[in-house]
Design a protein around this ligand. Structure first.
Ligand code: MTE
Length: 317
């Protein structure tokens, strides 16, 4: 059956770009107009485009909103960490090589049923919403992003880990031909991250399949990534291809590489510096301003309870 669906770029400019998203002239100049345009352009969708793309925008959940203006999509989309495609922040053009369909999520380990799930079946099965979240990198920059997706808790309820599972281990795809950064022998590919079952069940843990009211751009970690807004950004693994429930604490790529600098918990704390970056404040990208960083990135009321009794752990890096 043929039907016409209005695309984002068919909207009048005034509707497509809320005031908060309009780039300041200064930001455009800082980025270079070319980079900004590259980030904004989304290729026309071919026949065979995933049906789930039509589900965007997801309804906004007003419980998760914040006082800061949303970071312009063009700024966010041109300033990324995605080491599979290179180590520069301008990785977006290279990341367009990421093939996001077919995309199968492998689920294994301590779970009721090991299986492989197509990403679109998963998106259809789970409760979709949009949330505004802060995003804070250990490099001391931050953004505010309208992520769309579903709560990680809903994913857990759907997958049904066994009672003995203590951790969720997540792994990015491994395909050095597609992602030449994975040819760099220095890094222990594929990218891995993990959280406890309690963290994964916290209402803030969010599986992201879109941003800015659209399917997730490739440089953001399409077709599915994590957002853990109370932790440093490196915990929010991109382009997840495998989820394993386990009773062994997973070791993330950065922890495996340099455990003195990057740990398992990585909760945001302005008082605990990284060896190379003070965490006391952060540059809010697109504003030219630095602001003080908050404990748990301002989400303490949701998550502080997760760490009671764990004070002896290295919770902050
Ligand atoms: N996931 C994968 N697979 N590869 C990466 O290089 N970088 C991490 C995290 N997830 C990374 C990743 C880091 S260091 C950060 S700060 C965030 O993604 C960056 O997300 P963003 O590019 O959407 O800002």
């Amino acid at each position: 059956m043929q039907y016409h669906r209005r695309r984002g770029w068919e909207l009048p400019e005034s509707m497509a770009t809320p005031e908060a998203l309009v780039l300041s002239r200064r930001s455009v100049m800082a980025l270079g107009a070319g980079a900004a345009l590259t980030a904004m352009a989304r290729p026309a969708l071919a026949a065979g485009e995933p049906e789930t793309d039509a589900l965007h925008p997801y309804p906004r959940n007003p419980a998760y909103t914040i006082e800061r203006p949303v970071t312009a999509e063009a700024i966010n989309g041109a300033y990324n960490n995605f080491y599979e495609f290179g180590t520069s922040k301008s990785v977006a053009p290279m990341a367009q090589a990421l093939k996001t369909r077919p995309w199968v999520l492998k689920v294994d380990g301590m779970v009721e049923k090991e299986r492989e799930i197509g990403i679109d079946d998963l998106i259809m099965a789970l409760p979709r919403e949009e949330r505004l979240y802060r995003h804070r990198c250990v490099e001391a920059w931050s953004m505010t992003i309208p992520w769309s997706g579903f709560p990680m808790k809903a994913l857990m309820d759907y997958l049904k880990p066994l009672a003995g599972a203590k951790y969720v281990r997540m792994e990015t795809f491994y395909d050095p031909k597609m992602a030449p950064g994975q040819k760099a022998p220095f890094y222990p590919w594929p990218y891995v991250e993990g959280v406890t079952i309690e963290e994964a069940s916290n209402e803030l843990a969010f599986m992201v399949t879109g941003a800015y009211g659209k399917p997730l751009a490739k440089q953001f970690g399409a077709p599915i990534r994590l957002a853990l807004p109370w932790k440093y950004g490196f915990k929010s693994i991109k382009s997840i291809a495998r989820i394993t429930f386990t009773d062994k604490r997973p070791k993330g790529l950065w922890e495996a590489l340099q455990s003195s600098e990057y740990g398992f918990w990585a909760n945001v704390n302005p008082e605990v510096s990284h060896p190379r970056w003070s965490q006391a404040d952060e540059e809010v990208l697109g504003t030219g301003k630095r602001i003080p960083t908050k404990l748990f990135n301002g989400y303490g009321e949701y998550v502080a309870g997760l760490y009671k009794g764990l004070e002896k752990e290295k919770l902050w890096m």
